[in-house]
Design a binder for this molecule. Structure first.
Ligand SMILES: Cc1ncc(COP(=O)(O)O)c(C=O)c1O
Length: 374
């Protein structure tokens, strides 16, 4: 008997049908493929091109010998800092193994099979797998042509069956955010019996670019909400897997915690995150360098005759007169790793993560060469 068939009854139908786990071309995966990554400009995965705060690195070094111990399950030291900064009660703050665990947990806590979820697309590709595992009835709302979320479309998709609505601001892969004048409307249009989950993975970049403070508007919302942050981007700690959620009530926070594993945030990540949060100078340094690099990339892409989307984040996306995957592959062969949009209908879009000046220039030169050759 076919081995796979024999075991299929033991696997939930939704997971049988869900796409296989993706294997992003991380530095390690590329090295495993035999590529010399020291010669590749890594501009594909929206990682920070700067290392984390030197204080965070020192804290990890200082605590290497402690990894025989379990980490704190609720990250109390970190909770103190975030609670003081945000004014959110300690028992409404939840820590996750990256923000992705908390986004997935938000679906898990709110939605039973067949119930509705509203998601603006394109967005972070991780949502596809998260959503597939939950047997949700998904309404995908295409973004507007300038990359912005179609707020009216999101509101119109909400019906009696909807349990959770996502807003992602700033969004990936467009890089655009919900502006101040639209934010209240975006939030107020989600009914009070629906969980609103805001993904603020790129929060720091949005604020640095003059974006609105989502939390201050959420605090006035009657209905339930969760807003999710990460240390993977502006804090340059993608490899440490740590993020947190602020919740509208203790009940929501407790439910979210129940969706996570007991010891979900690694010990060294907790030490590093604490120092990162306190090292405001380093954060501002990364934000300023990122802004400079983003402007360089944007100008360079315009000079190539392209029309990049206006981004406030650590990446810039643009339509190209070619297949994005082909451009991505050819760029890698030429020593620059970028990304192509994954969504159907956007096969001619690429996304470039901001890097140092030299890498940005190399990327632009290589892109010009590649676009002329294919
Ligand atoms: C919009 C968005 N949300 C969430 C994530 C997940 O980040 P992490 O799990 O590293 O915190 C990403 C990663 O790229 C993202 O782009």
């Amino acid at each position: 008997m076919n081995e796979i068939k024999k075991y299929l009854p033991y696997i939930r139908k939704a997971l049988q049908d869900a796409p296989n786990k993706v294997d992003p071309p991380t530095d390690g995966a590329l090295r495993h493929r035999g590529l010399d990554t020291s010669k590749i400009h890594a501009m594909g995965l929206n990682e920070s091109f700067f290392p984390p705060s030197p204080k965070a690195i020192q804290a990890m070094r200082d605590n290497l010998n402690a990894v025989n111990l379990y980490p704190d399950a609720q990250c109390p030291h970190l909770t103190d800092i975030i609670s003081e900064r945000t004014g959110i009660d300690r028992d409404c703050i939840v820590w996750g193994n990256g923000s992705e665990e908390l986004l997935k947990g938000s679906i898990d806590l709110s939605l039973s099979p067949g119930e509705g979820l509203v998601l603006p697309v394109p967005t972070f590709w991780g949502y596809k797998a998260m959503v597939a595992a939950f047997e949700a009835k998904v309404s995908e709302i295409p973004n507007l042509s300038d990359g912005k979320i179609d707020i009216n479309g999101v509101h119109a998709a909400i019906d009696d069956n909807t349990k959770i609505v996502f807003l992602i601001t700033p969004n990936n892969p467009s890089g655009s955010m919900i502006e101040k004048d639209e934010l209240e409307r975006a939030i107020n249009g989600v009914p009070d019996d629906v969980l609103l989950c805001v993904d603020e993975a790129y929060y720091d970049y949005g604020i640095y670019a003059g974006g609105p403070d989502v939390l201050s508007v959420l605090k006035r919302r009657e209905g339930p909400w969760i807003t999710v942050f990460t240390f993977s981007k502006a804090y340059a700690m993608a490899g440490m897997r740590i993020g947190y959620a602020l919740c509208s009530s203790n009940e929501i926070a407790q439910a979210l915690q129940k969706t996570t594993c007991v010891f979900n945030v690694p010990l060294l990540a907790q030490y590093a995150a604490r120092e990162s949060l306190l090292d405001i100078e380093h954060l501002n340094f990364i934000l300023q360098e990122t802004k400079t690099g983003r402007e360089q990339l944007y100008r360079g892409l315009c000079n190539l005759g392209l029309e990049p989307l206006k981004s406030v984040t650590n990446f810039v996306s643009t339509k190209v007169p070619a297949n994005g995957r082909k451009v991505m592959r050819t760029m890698l062969e030429n020593g620059v790793q970028i990304n192509a949009w994954a969504d159907h209908g956007y096969e001619d879009f690429i996304r470039i993560t901001v890097s140092r000046e030299e890498s940005n220039s190399m990327c632009l030169k290589t892109l010009e060469k590649v676009l002329n050759s294919i």
